[in-house]
Design a protein. Structure first.
Length: 608
């Protein structure tokens, strides 16, 4: 079959997404390429279609066992032979897979870099004919990437072992420096394909300076306003992960924690429950979600500031993969900046990590369209605001905060710039803490001058002062605060300071009206479509969702492997009554039409 027929027969789609066809045709001409597509942009199709079309087996290198499992399940559900070799297999499973490899039965073999390097050291490679090498998460090969992995640098051995086989490197997040490093290390000779990084269906919002209690109230109200929508809460520490999960459990929310302190069995169970729609919410450290193709995640909350824009963009990309609207919320505080700066200072890549953190702070403190900042980071310029972020919808209000800034800077100066932000607040608020009494800071002229401003508001203003460049924190000298030259200008009245008005609005999250998903459902004029086709029946959609869950439970697959939400919305809109019409639904290939058609048609007929 040609690539168009393969796309329809196995994957159920009539047309390729932007750049997919060009990439496939390029690699089928035995040429290398680097592919940059955002999460949910359709990277896997770029190597899965040529894998089916070409003679031999495509090797897919991935560091993520969960991704391999998801991809293999999805391919086999579509009638394509695929397997995965990684540390999660036992001896018997490995033996079965090796026999399939030797017989040439597999079209795709997913393999971890460690396992691949072991196989490359053998005299005879386990696959007799390699048609294509796809390296997923390719940013891991670069020390400039946000998730550098040393074993990836050894993948250059692939070039020596398979000199005539095309190599496709794929990633969702890589700046220009990282891209150049990927090309150099893998000696890629082909073209770069960079699609738009814009995910217009994702709303972007930042909440600055919330206390723990305020964050938890906001999150609880947010989830209660979305009782059927799955989502992920990312936390910086295990402690926060457990605390948020426990709080939600006590409020009757279906939630599971996920972090490195749990056993592998507990983590696997939490991931499976979320994939199977058995829990609504996952509270997780950043380790969660890599490689999961769950298409109906409707929101992402960052309980803490992420380490980098790459991390942030990759994590929010796990929402709205079906193209429907999804919400993203980022909480941001001075404590996050201090903690992440400490991590950066102690890391083996201090300068790189500090630079990435500063760029993440600039996004969080932005006074201009947040989406433009994200796109610009990845080298994509846009001439208009997005209209779907908090800055666009509610531009920040500012006021003359010169006097407040002078108070804080004066407290720091009179303490010889040897104190932390917490001590500055204690001095300004007139608090007789242990440090204040021991160092006699209660004798300073600035002691108590800012008692009319709450400690939480002072935290927010100090955070703004840090971002505006009036102060810096000396992380390798016990996090003491140092006044910058710009701060000196304000302190001595030579310059004014504009601060943002604090407006937390944390008490209530308005229950939003039901929103249209905005999915394009194509009009199909063939026999087997009832008169009501074209108008979605929400009761039918819910019934289809339940049937999908039933099929998934019977087969041990996640529901989204059977059909995506997008496909179910199309069925609830088109309401096909024949197998032929059922097969024209986006996302339903010939294999799934034969396998599931009769059961779903019987249900649809009850509603028509």
């Amino acid at each position: 079959m040609d690539i168009q027929s393969i796309l329809k027969h196995y994957f159920g789609y009539d047309t390729f997404r932007p750049m997919q066809q060009e990439i496939i045709e390029h690699v089928m001409q035995q040429r290398d390429c680097l592919v940059l597509m955002p999460t949910g942009g359709g990277k896997s199709i770029c190597y899965q279609v040529p894998a089916v079309a070409m003679d031999g087996t495509t090797i897919v290198v991935s560091p993520l066992i969960s991704l391999m499992k998801d991809q293999v399940e999805a391919l086999r559900a579509n009638g394509i032979e695929a397997e995965a070799l990684n540390s999660g297999n036992d001896f018997n499973r490995d033996t079965i897979i090796r026999r399939k490899c030797a017989s040439g039965q597999l079209k795709l073999l997913y393999i971890s870099p460690e396992k691949l390097l072991s196989e490359l050291s053998m005299p005879v490679f386990l696959v007799p004919k390699v048609s294509l090498i796809a390296i997923d998460e390719a940013h891991c090969i670069s020390q400039w990437g946000h998730d550098f992995r040393p074993e990836y640098t050894q993948l250059t051995q692939l070039r020596e072992r398979f000199p005539g086989v095309p190599v496709m490197a794929l990633t969702a997040t890589a700046d220009k420096v990282t891209r150049g490093d990927i090309i150099r290390q893998l000696a890629l000779k082909g073209q770069q394909f960079v699609t738009s990084f814009d995910r217009p269906n994702l709303s972007l919002s930042v909440k600055r300076g919330y206390s723990t209690a305020e964050k938890q109230r906001y999150i609880l109200n947010f989830i209660k306003a979305r009782p059927t929508e799955p989502g992920i809460i990312y936390c910086l520490s295990r402690k926060n992960t457990e605390a948020v999960a426990t709080m939600l459990q006590k409020q009757g929310i279906s939630v599971a924690p996920y972090h490195a302190g749990l056993t592998q069995h507990e983590r696997d169970a939490a991931q499976e429950q979320f994939k199977q729609d058995d829990v609504q919410v996952i509270c997780a450290t950043i380790a969660f979600g890599m490689g999961i193709d769950k298409s109906n995640v409707r929101w992402i909350i960052h309980y803490n500031l992420p380490k980098s824009i790459e991390n942030f963009y990759q994590e929010i990309g796990r929402a709205g993969r079906d193209g429907a609207p999804a919400d993203t919320i980022l909480f941001y505080s001075l404590a996050d900046v201090v903690q992440l700066s400490q991590f950066a200072r102690e890391s083996g890549q201090r300068d790189i990590n500090f630079d990435k953190l500063r760029q993440m702070q600039q996004y969080a403190e932005a006074g201009i369209c947040r989406r433009r900042i994200l796109l610009n980071y990845f080298g994509e310029l846009t001439s208009h605001d997005c209209g779907n972020c908090d800055v666009c919808n509610e531009p920040p209000r500012r006021f003359d905060g010169t006097r407040l800034v002078q108070m804080a800077l004066s407290a720091a100066r009179r303490a010889n710039e040897q104190i932390r932000t917490s001590t500055i607040i204690e001095i300004l608020r007139g608090m007789n803490s242990g440090v204040v009494n021991r160092m006699h800071f209660d004798q300073l002229p600035t002691f108590g001058v800012g008692r009319d401003t709450s400690a939480q508001d002072w935290q927010d203003y100090l955070l703004q002062m840090l971002q505006l460049g009036y102060i810096e924190i000396v992380y390798d000298e016990h996090n003491r605060v140092r006044i910058t030259p710009a701060g000196e200008e304000v302190l001595y009245g030579r310059s004014e300071a504009q601060l943002a008005v604090i407006d937390r609005q944390e008490s209530k999250v308005q229950k939003r009206p039901a929103r249209r998903l905005g999915l394009e459902i194509p009009t199909i004029s063939i026999s087997g479509m009832p008169d009501t086709a074209g108008v979605e029946d929400p009761r039918l959609f819910e019934a289809l969702r339940q049937l999908r869950k039933q099929c998934a439970d019977e087969e041990g697959f996640p529901p989204y492997i059977i059909f995506s939400d997008r496909t179910l919305h199309a069925l609830a809109t088109q309401k096909p009554t024949t197998l032929e019409a059922f097969g024209y639904t986006p996302g339903i290939g010939d294999h799934k039409r034969q396998k599931y058609g009769e059961r779903f048609l019987a249900l649809i007929q009850k509603y028509t």
